[in-house]
Design a binder for this molecule. Structure first.
Ligand SMILES: O=P(O)(O)OC[C@H]1O[C@H](O[C@H]2O[C@H](CO)[C@@H](O)[C@H](O)[C@H]2O)[C@H](O)[C@@H](O)[C@@H]1O
Length: 267
């Protein structure tokens, strides 16, 4: 860990009320060929569990994954605030002063359902033409995955074609990712997710870590004493960077200890 990251973490650990919000894939969990197989690294899980048990400390996951997946795989004990489907689904039930609108479920109009059907058809058609690729269905969208395609040129071509096909369907929000392109009939972003969590939890300091372009919508909201940590090499407005999920897990372990010490000394 660099000295500047270590200093920044020590400062954040001393916040009166801390929000630590994290992306899932490529941040807490290393990439896997089948999205159903990804799990947080054990050290990261342990650190998040420790942080979630501390006073004046809110742990949040803000992910492109459906809320249901986050509940089952990341937070079965239901101690974290969750935002799924890139900010379109919210579960704030872990907050002590529960807001009335703690859960934001997705309700699609008939037009949105029709658009989603057409996006799914286009994805399945693409999957039939690119062996190895797969579709992942979500409550308001669908992903086209190419990680299992061995030839990077074929993978790139498949992603471009899928992007074009989604662009022809008016009204979809198209999001590029790591060997994936996904679309949604809703326009929410991770920035919307973080904004809702900050409004409900009122933290003095927010720490956010993420690896991908969609995480920048949340990074953009960080101000003042907040801390943004980019995972990996993609461009970012974050002031700090780690090499990958394992280094982030190590950082989270140190941070959980720092925060535990700090909360015992905050009056
Ligand atoms: O917001 P995130 O938590 O980073 O989720 C973004 C998308 O990640 C998932 O796909 C990525 O991870 C898969 C499992 O490691 C990998 O196979 C794939 O190549 C990656 O792009 C996930 O499947 C999507 O639903 C998320 O939207």
């Amino acid at each position: 860990m660099t000295e500047t990251l270590s200093d920044a973490l020590s400062r954040a650990a001393g916040a009166d009320h801390l929000l630590i919000a994290l992306d899932f894939d490529g941040t807490l969990a290393p990439f896997t060929e089948d999205p159903a197989d990804s799990r947080p690294l054990p050290e990261a899980r342990e650190a998040l569990d420790a942080l979630a048990g501390l006073p004046r400390t809110t742990v949040a996951i803000i992910s492109g994954r459906p809320l249901e997946f986050l509940r089952e795989v990341v937070d079965p004990a239901r101690r974290m605030v969750l935002s799924g489907s890139h900010g379109a689904e919210m579960d704030l039930a872990a907050l002590p002063d529960l807001p009335d609108d703690a859960e934001h479920d997705i309700h699609l109009t008939a037009e949105q359902l029709d658009l989603l059907d057409r996006a799914v058809d286009a994805t399945e058609e693409m999957v039939s033409r690119y062996p190895g690729s797969r579709a992942e269905l979500k409550p308001a969208g669908v992903c086209f995955h190419t990680r299992p395609i061995r030839d990077p040129r074929v993978s790139e071509q498949a992603l471009e074609e899928m992007n074009r096909a989604y662009s022809e369907l008016q009204g979809l929000r198209i999001t590029p990712g790591q060997q994936v392109v996904e679309c949604s009939v809703l326009s929410a972003t991770k920035g919307d997710g973080l904004r809702i969590i900050q409004a409900a939890a009122s933290p003095d300091v927010t720490v956010f870590a993420g690896d991908d372009v969609t995480d920048e919508d949340a990074m953009d909201l960080l101000t003042g004493e907040d801390l943004g940590i980019k995972v990996g090499e993609k461009e970012s407005v974050a002031t700090q960077r780690v090499s990958g999920p394992q280094e982030l897990a190590d950082v989270l372990s140190v941070f959980a200890d720092q925060r535990a010490r700090a909360v015992t000394s905050i009056k």
